[in-house]
Write a new protein. Structure first.
Length: 331
């Protein structure tokens, strides 16, 4: 059985960015339902920080990373949708994309259209599929129609900038929040109908003013603790609060009884991995994303590039909210 060398980033225990270590590993042949892929670029995401810090506990030692793009080098038994030599990209469990070469389950790996570069493919999969399931599959009662208001926190981040553009293409009026005037300008440039700097403005008051007091149909929130309470008050009756991240820390426990007086609200906690649990769903969502990108409706903005060996700095910058758009590791 052939084994090939690969550089990889591993942590032996949870903690800060200093736990990220560059190691050499050997990669074997794919088993049934698996592929071996040689990466050309790797995506960086906030979920990587949650896993590194221990907020999302996983067994140690752990090779981090949830998305990448590259070329298929070997295909295991039973894999029919991918062939050796094809360009591919993925957002997938288990972690392990911070490397040059890996063996992994094939079901969430998708053939990458030739017109999409490896860097764009690595940057777009987890964040783009997240924007897809939020806007298309996580909707308030009665769905979303053209002209509807939605509130999207962290609108200048990787998911946010994709969502701003996609919402505009869908005819939605996206109100985007961000932590600086420069980030607000970026969200506006990418299609947000309105922007709010939540470091200097009361976003609840602004949302009420923008919507003539009615509130929004849905809030998409990856910030967590710092935005939760006011976000609930931004919702119209029967509105939907969508939690999909904890950039400021996890939301504190709350009594469901508060949702009634606030307008019979709905609350959901979403994760991409439920949505991409099957090969068919993954491919359908990816096809929708690929169409949005190749048609020009959505442009993937790569704001930062780091070498694989500089991953500690990449994590520091991500946690300090020094990044905009997507971040990739280059090999």
């Amino acid at each position: 059985m052939t084994s090939l060398p690969s550089r990889a980033i591993r942590i032996d225990q949870t903690g800060g960015p200093e736990q990220l270590k560059l190691v050499n590993v050997m990669v074997g042949e794919p088993g049934p339902g698996e592929i071996r892929i040689r990466h050309h670029a790797v995506g960086l995401n906030f979920i990587d920080v949650y896993q590194r810090s221990g907020l999302y506990p996983l067994p140690m030692p752990l090779q981090l990373g949830m998305e990448a793009a590259g070329v298929i080098e070997a295909v295991g038994a039973g894999v029919t949708h991918l062939k050796v030599g094809e360009r591919a990209a993925y957002a997938s469990q288990p972690p392990g994309s911070y490397c040059e070469l890996r063996v992994m389950p094939a079901k969430c790996v998708c053939r990458l259209p030739d017109v999409i570069s490896f860097e764009t493919g690595a940057a777009m999969m987890l964040k783009g599929l997240t924007a897809q399931y939020l806007l298309k599959r996580t909707q308030p009662q009665g769905g979303l129609q053209r002209g509807d208001f939605v509130l999207f926190h962290a609108a200048a981040g990787g998911v946010g900038l994709i969502a701003c553009q996609w919402a505009r293409a869908l005819g939605l009026q996206l109100i985007g929040t961000a932590g600086s005037d420069a980030k607000c300008a970026l969200a506006k440039e990418h299609g947000a109908a309105f922007v709010i700097n939540y470091a200097t403005e009361d976003f609840l008051a602004r949302v009420k003013a923008i919507t003539a007091g009615k509130g929004v149909k849905v809030v998409y929130d990856s910030v967590g603790k710092d935005t939760w309470d006011k976000s609930l008050d931004c919702l119209a009756p029967f509105g939907l609060m969508v939690s999909f991240g904890n950039a400021s820390g996890p939301v504190a426990p709350f009594a469901p009884s508060i949702l009634g007086p606030k307008g019979s609200l709905y609350v959901t906690r979403q994760t991409i991995f439920t949505h991409i649990a099957t090969r068919e769903t993954t491919q359908a969502m990816a096809d929708d994303l690929f169409e949005a990108v190749t048609s020009g409706k959505v442009t993937i903005r790569i704001g930062q590039r780091y070498k694989l060996e500089d991953v500690q700095q990449a994590h520091r910058d991500l946690e300090a909210r020094q990044t905009t758009g997507c971040t990739i590791l280059t090999l």
